[in-house]
Design a protein around this ligand. Structure first.
Ligand SMILES: Cc1ncc(COP(=O)(O)O)c(C=O)c1O
Length: 418
């Protein structure tokens, strides 16, 4: 029989199907040993951008190519029956994907990363760790697709969910049930940019025998390190800042070795893998994450302060503003306030008018690319939560502030606001 089904993969004993020779041997345990998780850095303690450019990305041994090749192959020749090079079949593993996984694990400070075809595929794999009757406490302000997935897909298979304001720690404590397995946080949240206390949430989750999932898409590992704050699984839509150029869809889960092995098993069994070229594009984006985030942050800060003084703007949501409810916590938990700014303009009519009037800010879903985007969450990204507890204000606009020249962005918004 051929090995496509790869039934041996991902049993929890083979380190998730990731080849042995591409791993550090000093795997730290899941918890309590979080001080040296810079995988692939061989304990050299390199900084973030050095790791983004180098970890998992040694020159290709045969030719010396300095860039990890796109291994565009579905299968790998095997020297003998039952022996392989570490790679057997493209769903199970691919060297370009391995390079990306090693790099992301290093950036998040976790043992492993498992990359998926999209952020929602990564989330789906996390929910598949659960069994019928298990319960999830989820933030009441998450990406609409995350809510849609658990409320409309996994609920059909017996997973239960409660939406809770995770900023209210008493409400969180009260929401746990004996069956609660996951506490799901997104911070800064999409689209209201609420800031959640990951340290306190990790403590609460662990006190109740649950694990904390942190969606780190908006902050990125450059600005926030949830694993160090106690989160157990970190999920990303790499489509956003990590890819950074609006040219590829992808997702990742960064976690301990045992959980990564379970996720790799599920991924191989279910199939939502990123293609080699997608992994390569994402890895290319990751190299410049640090420099891009610095510029996203400074541009967003200038825009948030401009909007907060504009007559037609009724409320600005940006954790970098001193009067933002999340400011103090963000200053403690993050090393920068990010590139996302949301604001309200008092009416849905004006919101639509502004969204359609900008020129440099393209009217489009998604975020985190070098170009600036504007969108109306109520009608666009968060339409799937209309009528639920997660419904967002209808006069809300969300900006993904790009890395263009900030004066041009300010002029574009000033003109669009009228
Ligand atoms: C915070 C957040 N998490 C997850 C996702 C889902 O990721 P993807 O679109 O890559 O499936 C998104 C998408 O917008 C998001 O904004």
């Amino acid at each position: 029989m051929n090995t496509e089904a790869n039934d041996d993969q991902g049993t929890g004993t083979d380190r998730g199907g990731l080849p042995e020779d591409l791993h550090d041997d000093d795997q730290a345990g899941a918890h309590g040993e979080r001080d040296d998780h810079r995988r692939g850095d061989h304990g050299r303690g390199h900084g973030f951008s050095t790791r983004a450019i180098h970890v998992g990305q040694d020159p290709e041994p045969r030719t010396g190519a300095v860039i990890v090749p796109i291994y565009q192959t579905s299968t790998f020749a095997q020297p003998r029956v039952g022996e392989h090079t570490g790679y057997e079949y493209g769903r199970t593993g691919n060297p370009t994907r391995t390079a990306l996984q090693e790099c992301l694990a290093s950036l998040e400070g976790t043992d492993e990363a498992v990359c998926f075809a999209s952020g929602l595929a990564a989330e789906d794999a996390i929910f598949r760790l659960l069994s019928p009757g298990d319960h999830v406490v989820m933030a009441d302000d998450v990406y609409g697709g995350t809510w849609r997935q658990i409320a409309q897909v996994h609920s059909r298979f017996g997973i239960e969910v409660s939406a809770v304001d995770l900023g209210d720690l008493d409400a969180v404590a009260a929401a746990f049930r004996p069956t609660t397995r996951l506490l799901w946080a997104e911070t800064p949240s999409n689209p209201l940019l609420k800031i959640l206390d990951l340290t306190a949430l990790a403590q609460l989750a662990h006190d109740h025998g649950a694990r904390l999932v942190a969606d780190n898409t908006f902050a990125t590992p450059y600005l926030q390190q949830p694993y160090d704050l106690g989160a157990d699984l970190i999920v990303h839509s790499t489509t956003k800042y990590i890819g950074g150029h609006s040219d590829v869809v992808g997702g990742a889960v960064c976690t301990d070795a045992a959980t990564a092995a379970e996720l790799a098993f599920l991924q191989n069994a279910v199939g939502a893998v990123p293609g080699p070229f997608d992994a390569w594009l994402t890895l290319r984006g990751a190299k410049t994450l640090g420099v891009r985030m610095d510029r996203h942050c400074s541009n967003a800060a200038a825009i948030a302060s401009f909007l907060s003084t504009h007559d037609r703007v009724t409320r600005v949501r940006y954790p970098g503003l001193a009067d933002d409810p999340g400011h103090d916590l963000a200053a403690k938990q993050m090393s920068g306030f990010g590139g996302m700014v949301s604001f309200q303009v008092g009416s849905i009519a004006l919101a639509k008018q502004v969204a359609e009037a900008t020129e440099l800010f393209f009217l489009a879903e998604s975020l985190g690319g070098v170009e600036s985007l504007i969108e109306h969450p109520g009608i666009m990204t968060h339409a799937s939560v209309a009528g639920t507890l997660l419904e967002v204000p209808d006069d809300l606009l969300r900006l993904s502030v790009g890395i263009e020249d900030v004066d041009d962005l300010l002029a574009d918004l000033e003109r669009a606001l009228g």
